[in-house]
Design a protein around this ligand. Structure first.
Ligand code: NOJ
Length: 750
């Protein structure tokens, strides 16, 4: 038989195997039995070992480079059936072109999977993830990721490397910008919202994409906040803080996981059997597939864990890793390792099966081009309603950190001086991981947002200085602008690439001469109100700015429609409701600082925080500048009448805690009510406070509402170094608008 005929026969066989219509899969956890199992088996029966290994290989296209440059002949490898997935390919033309290679030029024509970092939007960019977390608005987060999936899928992307659910308590770490902050409960709820948004309820729909929980695990606890650095963590922290958001993602049905670059307690995550086989698969029942992070298999050699890349390949597959992103390790060594008897072929079958299963769920065997749709691309990219949703998000994510003497909202009848390097910015405003977002003009700057409210004649603009560098030559013009206006609004912060991957900082103050510029203006116009509008990817040390500015609005990097959303807040069209998902320290020396800390045996007494031989600093208080959960509104909310359904509950009872919240100020607005508990005594020590619930409610001025939270024993469970358990005893409880409070109520579990 000639080669062509051979291929035709195989192709017919494959078509028979694939031809049954794709059925939807909307199960919560990825279940063991899927409607596609028989099809996967039939296909795998046709595959050679090399073709199966090919499915476990991923390469980067020539789009954005998201790791060290590695030149690969990916086109050749695709044609040789040595590639199962591609990343960084994100236009209809490019995805169609490569899909054609895989489908038409390989023996079995197995379609490629296209993955991409769609982190906080694809084209329409939403606020960075830390900002999204500040909204505490799960519906909005789900909606934003739904929109991202709509846009990305239209160009042929099937898979996003999101959400990043790494907890982080270290603002030096640049990737804190990509996560949901420091808290386990908030982080877990947000993880679920992202997964639901990306994956929708039916993966066979062409506008839903696979989500990926990353980076498993501990990545956010890198020593000294330096990216990729070592992580040493006890079981208390690992089980009670860092793992739960990943488990929440599994519960929400996440289809894929990504390994972390770091080592965990001496074993690099990418070779960590305990994580992948024991916890992820055996304990949590995860049935999706696991991809490495970029070149992470090769890095096992640099870690000093593998002798060479071949050894690293063996360790990774044995640990339970299914797909190799960019290491070329599986392509080069897996077959040899099987032939030498070092790797059981069954491991490769498992990995291949999981990856093929995902392709079946997406319907790629019905039509490998079904996502790539130029017309849909035109229809959905930058759809007006998406841009509008991004505007709303930008407003909902902006945290009002400070607002003395009603400095904000601005009055449309007054004039303002708009000063700072980020006033007219359309590039940084997208933040890091801007995916395919346009940094050259599409984004709305704060200046343009303000123009919707104020005529140009009422705005005096001066850049003043750059974000970085020592140039102060623009100060005079900025001071003059400040002198002419009723109020000063300064828009400052970081460059977008000062956070994100490989972007750790040892100094978390405003960079360059920006603080000096605020000081110069404060001095020149001592009586004028100054508003500081911030764009940044991490908690900053704002202790100086806090003494200089009358109002501070943290907008993170607010995205494509950011300028509109920020202006909506500045002028009061949206009354700020966001709350910090992460603590802002007074000084870097306090890091790590987070609200749900342990008490120590020598906590500082309230009456004298300087009392000797207590756990404190000589030169700074223990308290942060702005605590977790903090965020002001233009109105004020009063919490009263906290009531518990019972003072004592049993292990199978439900406790209802209620509080009345009254809008006591002058504006209608949203409030985020937070439920905290404190387990007073445990078989291992418990945090001084733990968030256990939250609700966002709307209150007209003068209005009161009752919020009600339900707690069961399960909510009080923790890992005590041996097992998950709920222990009887006394629990303090509170419903508040911030984590900064003293408990006044308690109940007993018995
Ligand atoms: C490396 C990053 O750590 C990861 O988060 C990302 O998804 C991959 N590169 C792919 O770009």
């Amino acid at each position: 038989m000639n080669k062509m005929l051979n291929k035709t026969i195989l192709f017919l066989l494959v078509i028979t195997v694939f031809s049954c219509k794709t059925e939807s899969n909307s199960s919560a956890k990825t279940s063991n039995d899927t409607p596609f199992d028989a099809k996967v088996d039939s296909l795998m029966n046709l595959m050679t070992l090399q073709e199966k290994i090919g499915q476990t290989v991923m390469y980067s296209g020539s789009g954005t480079i998201t790791g060290p440059t590695v030149n690969t002949n990916f086109r050749t490898y695709i044609k040789e059936a040595n590639v199962g997935a591609m990343l960084n390919v994100y236009s209809t033309k490019a995805t169609r072109d490569l899909q054609k290679l895989a489908v038409e030029e390989t023996r079995l024509g197995i379609p490629l999977l296209f993955g991409y970092d769609v982190i906080h939007g694809f084209k329409t960019i939403f606020p960075i993830n830390l900002g999204l977390a500040a909204s505490w608005d799960l519906e909005d987060i789900e909606k934003g990721s739904r929109i991202a999936a709509e846009e990305a899928s239209a160009v042929g992307i099937h898979w996003t490397f999101a959400p990043m659910v790494d907890i982080s308590r270290d603002p030096r770490w640049g990737r804190i910008s990509e996560g949901a902050g420091e808290d386990v409960y908030l982080g877990s709820e947000i993880a679920k919202a992202y997964v639901k948004g990306f994956q929708g309820d039916d993966l066979s729909k062409t506008n839903t994409i696979l989500a990926c929980a990353k980076h498993f695990v501990g990545y956010g606890a890198a020593q000294a906040g330096r990216d990729y650095h070592t992580v040493n963590m006890g079981m208390d922290e690992l089980r009670n803080v860092y793992l739960p958001p990943f488990e929440a993602a599994v519960d929400a049905g996440v289809e894929t996981f990504m390994t972390a670059f770091n080592e965990l307690n001496g074993v690099p995550a990418t070779a960590n059997k305990f994580l992948y086989r024991d916890i992820l698969r055996d304990e949590w029942g995860f049935n999706g597939f696991v991809v490495t992070d970029y070149t992470a298999i090769n890095e096992l050699v640099e870690h000093g864990f593998a002798e060479n890349e071949k050894h690293a390949t063996e360790l990774a597959i044995k640990a339970g890793i299914d797909q190799d992103m960019m290491s070329s390790a599986n392509r080069l060594y897996l077959e040899e390792l099987v032939n030498e008897g070092k790797v059981d072929e069954a491991l490769i079958n498992d990995a291949c099966r999981r990856i093929l299963l995902a392709k079946f769920k997406l319907g790629l065997f019905d039509d490998p081009y079904r996502y790539i749709d130029e017309q849909r691309e035109k229809d959905v990219i930058y759809k007006p309603e998406f841009l509008e949703a991004a505007r709303k998000s930008a407003a909902m994510c902006s945290v009002l950190l400070k607002n003395n003497d009603k400095t904000l909202p601005l009055d449309k009848n007054q004039t303002i001086a708009l000063i700072g390097p980020l006033v007219k910015d359309k590039e940084n405003i997208l933040g890091n991981w801007g995916a395919a977002g346009d940094r050259t003009g599409k984004a709305i700057s704060v200046y343009e947002g303000v123009q919707e409210y104020l005529a140009d004649s009422k705005v005096a603009f001066a850049k003043g200085c750059e974000i970085e560098g020592d140039d102060t030559s623009g100060f005079t013009k900025a001071i003059n602008a400040a002198k002419t206006a009723d109020k000063v609004v300064m828009v400052m912060g970081e460059d977008y690439d000062m956070s994100g991957e490989a972007a750790s900082r040892t100094n978390i103050k405003l960079p360059g001469k920006q603080t000096d510029l605020i000081k110069a203006i404060r001095k020149a116009v001592p009586k004028k109100q100054i508003v500081l509008v911030l764009m940044n990817g991490r908690p900053l040390d704002l202790s100086e700015e806090d003494t200089l500015a009358d109002a501070i609005l943290e907008t993170w990097f607010p995205g494509t429609s950011g300028g509109y959303g920020v202006a909506d807040v500045l002028f009061g069209a949206y009354n700020p409701s966001a709350k910090l998902p992460v603590t802002f320290p007074r000084t870097l020396g306090q890091v790590p600082i987070y609200y749900n800390m342990k008490n120590t045996g020598r906590p500082i007494p309230d009456h004298d925080p300087h009392e000797d031989y207590k756990s404190h600093y000589l030169d700074a208080p223990n308290t942060p500048l702005y605590p977790f959960g903090h965020g002001l509104s233009y109105t004020t909310f009063e919490y009263s009448d906290v009531e518990l359904s019972s003072e004592t509950i049993g292990f199978s009872d439900t406790l209802t805690a209620t509080a009345t919240i009254t809008n006591t100020g002058d504006y209608d607005g949203y409030e985020i009510a937070q439920l905290y508990v404190h387990d007073k005594v445990g078989s291992i020590t418990r945090p001084v406070k733990e968030l256990k619930g939250f609700q966002k409610i709307f209150l007209k001025k003068g209005e009161s509402k009752t919020v009600s939270f339900k707690l069961t024993a399960k909510d009080l469970e923790f890992y005590n170094l041996e097992e998950f358990r709920v222990e009887p005893g006394e629990f303090e409880i509170a419903i508040k608008g911030t984590s900064d409070f003293d408990f006044e109520h308690s109940f007993t579990l018995e």
